[in-house]
Design a protein around this ligand. Structure first.
Ligand code: BDR
Ligand code: CA
Length: 317
């Protein structure tokens, strides 16, 4: 199985993604690094510990960055993932998993050094932990096998502004650093995540064969999340569903054949009206463009996905 460090701000779709990864024989989650985003970093760490504990897993969990690098921090919204990030769970069991004392960035660096060429970073929140790890260890790109991130968008409209996706919007400076580092990076953005609408009933079906991944908790959280999306989009309301966002990052890892990609050099607008926009200078463009050097880039952006295939993979795992 592929060794993965899961960088996350759980978050309902983050939880779906975690349970998909834990249930998949091809994925070995060797650590969970948390960040602010959908919730505060404290709540994110609490949720990661809780989600793993109730599923019977003991995986190192670390606490990471609490705010964006440069821009002012804003309190997380409570109406998308709930005030607790998991759809306002009515009760929580008492659990015993404890936090690894290292920072998320230090953990990433330590693991990459201990397993050179083996670690895949799957990042599904704002990118401050990865950016901090790059500052701590500039050689990190030579140690990491691959980066797969949920964030950004190329042609699909943004979900925070007309051009910005939430994870990139939340820390555009960190994101720009991550996109321009010299590692193999695949972006799983709104271009594909908005194509995959997962009905709540799918998670009911998963619950029937995935006893070990705490499906009651997940089901509660997914219902809350689906209510949010159903209020916004009539076509999502029709099936009482939600977008797959973070789980698509793992489905890309396990089933890349379901995706079509475009490669190029990616930069992020760090301020102004377009703050948080991800801009792809496509590889096939070979004439000079203002502000862009012509060098090869390592960003591969997912543009199309076999949505039916992705849902089937999720249901079967
Ligand atoms: C992303 O933002 C968060 O709300 C989700 O967890 C996902 O990572 C989607 O834009
Ligand atoms: Ca997330």
């Amino acid at each position: 199985p592929r060794k993965v460090i899961y960088d996350t701000d759980p978050g309902v779709d983050d939880a779906m993604a975690l349970y998909y990864a834990l249930a998949h024989a091809g994925v070995d989650v060797v650590g969970i690094t948390t960040t602010f985003g959908n919730v505060t970093v404290e709540q994110a760490a609490t949720n990661a510990l809780y989600l793993t504990a109730i599923a019977g897993f003991e995986i190192p969990v670390t606490k990471g960055v609490a705010r964006p690098w440069v821009k002012a921090s804003e309190p997380p919204p409570d109406y998308i993932h709930g005030a607790d990030g998991l759809g306002n769970l009515p009760v929580r069991e008492v659990t015993r998993n404890t936090l690894d004392p290292r920072s998320s960035a230090q953990f990433i660096v330590d693991m990459a050094r201990a397993h050179p060429g083996e670690i895949t970073l799957v990042a599904v929140g704002p990118l401050g932990n990865l950016a901090t790890a790059l500052k701590l260890a500039p050689e990190l790109p030579t140690l990491v096998r691959e980066v797969i991130l949920m964030g950004g968008t190329v042609v699909e409209p943004g979900n925070v502004s007309p051009v910005a996706e939430a994870n990139i919007w939340n820390d555009p400076h960190a994101a720009d650093l991550v996109f321009t580092a010299d590692w193999k990076l695949t972006m799983v953005g709104l271009d594909v995540t908005h194509q995959v609408i997962l009905p709540v009933t799918l998670f009911g079906k998963i619950a029937q064969h995935q006893q070990h991944v705490a499906t009651d908790t997940l089901l509660h959280a997914v219902k809350f999340y689906a209510n949010f999306y159903s209020d916004l989009y009539p076509h999502v309301a029709e099936i009482h569903g939600c977008f797959g966002h973070d789980v698509l990052a793992f489905i890309y890892l396990t089933n890349p054949e379901l995706f079509q990609l475009e490669s190029g050099r990616m930069r992020v607008a760090v301020d102004g009206l377009a703050q948080g926009q991800t801009m792809l200078r496509r590889k096939r463009i070979d004439y000079p463009q203002a502000g862009w050097e012509a060098e090869e880039s390592m960003t591969h952006a997912c543009m199309e996905v076999d949505a039916v295939g992705a849902s089937q993979v999720l249901e079967a795992t």
